[in-house]
Write a protein that binds this ligand. Structure first.
Ligand SMILES: [Ca+2]
Ligand SMILES: [Ca+2]
Length: 69
């Protein structure tokens, strides 16, 4: 039973990761490879976490910074 739960957890994590990767291109509306605060507004929780995610504080999220979301 525990093994099944573990497998389900792995699958859910993998799906969540793939979803996040796909989302970067969606959120990056002008496709410049960076997510601005304005672009981040399309996801409420992303705009809330924006300052924390923007590690180098340049006002843009790189794909690396976005992966932490
Ligand atoms: Ca952009
Ligand atoms: Ca940044």
């Amino acid at each position: 039973m525990k093994n099944i739960l573990f497998a389900v957890t792995l699958i859910v994590s993998a799906v969540a990761f793939a979803d996040n990767n796909g989302r970067f291109a969606d959120v990056d509306a002008d496709q410049n490879g960076l997510v601005s605060l304005e672009e981040a507004q399309s996801i409420a929780s992303l705009s809330q976490d924006f300052a924390a995610l923007d590690v180098d504080a340049d006002g843009q999220l790189s794909s690396d910074e976005f992966q932490q979301f």
